[in-house]
Design a protein around this ligand. Structure first.
Ligand code: CDP
Ligand code: MG
Length: 752
């Protein structure tokens, strides 16, 4: 191990082996690069595990090592190449192109193939085109490609449309929740894995597709995992369907085994060495440290773009702001193009990270969406804060929480790898080598093992999977999560006492929404306030509409106050939408009122689609006018899990779990004369404490009638607050779980 002195003194320590073969060479000369590349292509481009056709594909190994073309390109020339060449040349330059024939042969010979390759090798953009050109989209079928992230689905579809010279939404399209840009001529369809899952509800054989590429399977998103199990059943029944699972370098064997030892095809790597620099001591403020490192690189290191990994939208934005501030304090610094990217960022701003002619250094500050699903060329420096936000489910409390965790070693390596795509690079890790080795898990816990499963459970039940504990999962979720999710569905009336889907459950599964929100829609039909609840649900399904731009918070608050409904943040949303409607959906009106026009347009589209789905489900479209109690009742019916009772002025406790939760300062509730006794909330947000977001005041009697399994009315004789009002008590979690177990037992007996 060696140490490196940089502008700030001895801060970094270079690791000798943290990243295996990519690591530890600081100045690789051309010869070294060529030697390594030769080694790489000898190792890869060949098929492992082939059982039926080892001969033909074995040969492919050697003939497929056609990476030679870049072998003699000087590292620096590589990125220039990508910028100047035509699209055709760029396509042919991608590693996957050199093994195209072999790969397509393996796909012809096998129904399921695992394709492994470094990020940027062309899996996402090329495979679909190869499949299409090979005729798998003939006969009116499509090539489907699933992505765990919306951003990836839309941006990649746009790129492929450009490559094919067609208009996005025609031959090449995408479909994400509430946004379908495909038409009858679509041959290649990118979509989120959730969309394909829902399609399987309507068309269990997925008969529209001639081939499906499940991309980024290594991410192991919840939907990917459920889809894996479903596709396994589909391919068994449809011999004419090709399934390609792509994965970054980890987990390939596991996927292969899951589908019965199917072949793994390795695309030859083309990575350059990356120096790994660990922090020598613990980093206290990773934003500050990252900012300093960005400036340090910008002012003192050779050309090359910088990619910074932060945890979420907030610290991405803060980092960008602070970098710009500091730059402004310098005298005539070289220009730096500072660009944030995260999933909620509007599309046109996301696209900026792919633009530029290389003359101005880019500094891209990203969440972990830049880890594998987005490829930006020209990155030479990576700064990795070492954390990410993960949604985790606490079955005891029955809720999802978005919390910050240290990343895993696999993530760390993936992040570092982004620096070596087009030339040798450097990765600065804002954590110590010791932390990397001893505090980080080897790989991330798959989402299915850590999140709320109610959506997945409802879907699988609708697909006719009776016993979830028996379903073929790549990694089965913890039984407690399944039971607790089933229990939640039972309380919403979606499952009966035997754990079978009820008519309400079936109706709920028709909406691409969380079960709570589907339930709200269904109750609204009974309470005759469908159009209002459709609005509320749409507004909850888009990025936040009320904006509080930094530096103008007070102005924004004053503007928002005019339409805020004190007893319900949900009603505020409804009111905002009504005003938007009466102002003829005007962007100018939005801007004037500190409302995000994009979110509003989005909400309007979502609402149209929901209304459509509701009509199809034969619901009555009725407005309750201004009878807002009905609306609040429908809202209440969805959120038993999120009912809270006042403890002191700002503090509430969740009625089932007794866990404290606070009102957000921005909530309209603060303008009520006195804090209400009972409320329900949309979600908990964790900052320094748990805050409730989206709060509505409810009557205790509503909770008792709408959720009798949870709440009972108790009289107040021995309570201090002696106004003789009825009070509610939540039943204990123990009893709930006991009941869930009992239901499971009864069901088992019934089946025997
Ligand atoms: O999926 P994989 O990581 O293997 O690679 P890819 O996403 O198919 O990317 C291959 C190349 O396409 C990248 O190196 C980019 O140059 C280009 N690309 C792009 O220009 N714009 C996108 N939205 C996606 C990819
Ligand atoms: Mg990809």
């Amino acid at each position: 191990q060696k140490e490196r002195v940089d502008a700030q003194g001895k801060f970094w320590q270079v690791s000798g082996s943290a990243m295996g073969r990519v690591v530890g060479i600081s100045e690789a000369d051309d010869e070294e690069l060529q030697r390594r590349r030769a080694q790489d292509s000898a190792l890869s481009g060949r098929v492992l595990n082939v059982q039926t056709a080892p001969g033909s594909t074995g040969q492919g190994a050697d003939s497929g090592s056609g990476t030679g073309g870049i072998g003699d390109a000087k590292a620096a020339a590589v990125s220039e190449f990508a910028q100047q060449k035509t699209i055709k040349q760029q396509r042919e330059f991608l590693p996957v192109f050199s093994v195209r024939n072999d790969l397509m042969q393996v796909i012809r010979d096998h129904q399921v193939v695992i394709v492994v390759g470094e990020t940027g090798s062309g899996k996402t953009t090329q495979l679909t085109q190869y499949l299409c050109e090979a005729g798998y989209a003939n006969g009116g079928r499509m090539i489907g490609c699933t992505q765990p992230r919306r951003v990836a689905a839309t941006s990649v579809a746009a790129r492929v449309a450009t490559e094919m010279g067609v208009k996005l939404g025609q031959e090449v399209g995408y479909s994400i929740r509430f946004e379908d840009r495909t038409d009858a001529s679509t041959k290649i369809k990118y979509m989120t894995d959730g969309v394909l899952l829902r399609e399987s509800l309507v068309d269990p054989d997925l008969s529209q597709y001639g081939a499906i590429v499940m991309d980024e399977a290594h991410e192991r998103s919840l939907n990917t995992d459920v889809l894996l199990g479903i596709l396994k059943r589909v391919v068994a029944g449809r011999r004419d369907l090709k399934l390609i699972i792509t994965s970054a370098t980890m987990n390939a064997d596991k996927f292969s085994a899951f589908f019965g030892e199917v072949p793994c095809f390795f695309i030859p790597g083309r990575t350059f060495p990356v120096d790994i620099m660990f922090s020598k001591g613990p980093v206290e403020d990773y934003v500050e440290t990252a900012v300093r490192q960005i400036l340090d690189i910008h002012l003192g290191s050779p050309p090359g773009d910088i990619l910074v990994f932060m945890t979420g939208q907030d610290d991405v934005e803060t980092t960008c702001e602070v970098v710009l501030e500091r730059l402004a304090q310098l005298e005539d610094p070289a220009p730096l193009n500072v660009l944030p990217i995260y999933s909620q960022l509007p599309e046109e701003r996301q696209r900026l990270v792919f633009e530029g002619d290389g003359s101005v250094r880019k500094c891209i500050v990203a969440t972990n969406i830049a880890e594998t699903s987005l490829t930006v060329d020209g990155i030479v420096y990576v700064i990795d804060c070492g954390f990410y936000k993960l949604k985790t489910y606490d079955p005891r409390h029955g809720m999802d929480m978005l919390l910050m965790y240290p990343i895993s070693q696999a993530n760390a390596n993936q992040r570092a790898g982004r620096a070596g795509r087009t030339q040798p690079g450097t990765c600065y890790r804002l954590y110590t080598e010791n932390a990397y080795r001893h505090e980080m898990l080897e790989s991330t816990v798959p989402e299915i093992q850590r999140t709320n499963l109610s959506n997945a459970v409802l879907l699988l039940k609708s697909l006719g999977v009776r016993d979830l504990l028996e379903f073929d999962f790549l990694d089965p979720p913890p039984q407690a999560n399944i039971l607790s999710s089933m229990y939640q569905l039972w309380t919403l009336g979606a499952l009966d006492n035997l754990g079978e889907l009820t008519p309400v459950g079936r109706a709920m599964s028709g909406f691409p929404l969380d079960p709570t929100l589907s339930k709200m829609l269904i109750t609204s039909n009974e309470l005759a306030c469908t159009t209002e609840i459709a609005t509320v649900v749409s507004m909850l399904s888009v990025p936040p509409v009320l904006m509080r731009p930094r530096g103008r918070e007070e102005e924004a608050d004053t503007a928002h106050e005019r339409f805020s409904v004190p007893e319900s943040d949900h009603l505020t949303l409804l009111y905002v939408f009504r005003l938007y409607e009466s102002n003829r959906f005007s962007d100018a009106w939005c801007d004037k009122n500190f409302i995000n026009p994009r979110s509003m347009r989005n909400a309007r589209e979502v609402r149209d689609q929901l209304l459509d789905l509701m009509r199809k489900a034969r619901m009555d479209m009725r407005s309750c006018g201004n009878d807002f109690d009905l609306v609040r009742k429908a809202i209440c019916s969805a959120y038993f899990y999120h009912a809270a009772k006042m403890k002191s002025v700002e503090e509430y406790v969740n009625m089932r779990t007794g866990k404290p939760c606070r009102l957000e300062r921005s909530s309209g509730i603060f303008r009520l004369g006195s804090p209400p006794d009972y409320i329900v909330y949309h979600e908990l947000v964790m900052t320094s404490r748990e805050y409730m977001r989206g709060v509505t005041v409810v009557e205790p009697s509503w909770l008792a009638t709408l959720g009798p399994m949870f709440f009972k009315v108790v009289t107040m004789e021995n309570r201090l607050r002696s106004n003789y009002r009825d009070h509610l008590e939540a039943e204990s979690m123990e009893r709930e779980l006991e009941r869930a177990r009992e239901a499971a037992r009864i069901r088992q007996e019934a089946e025997q």
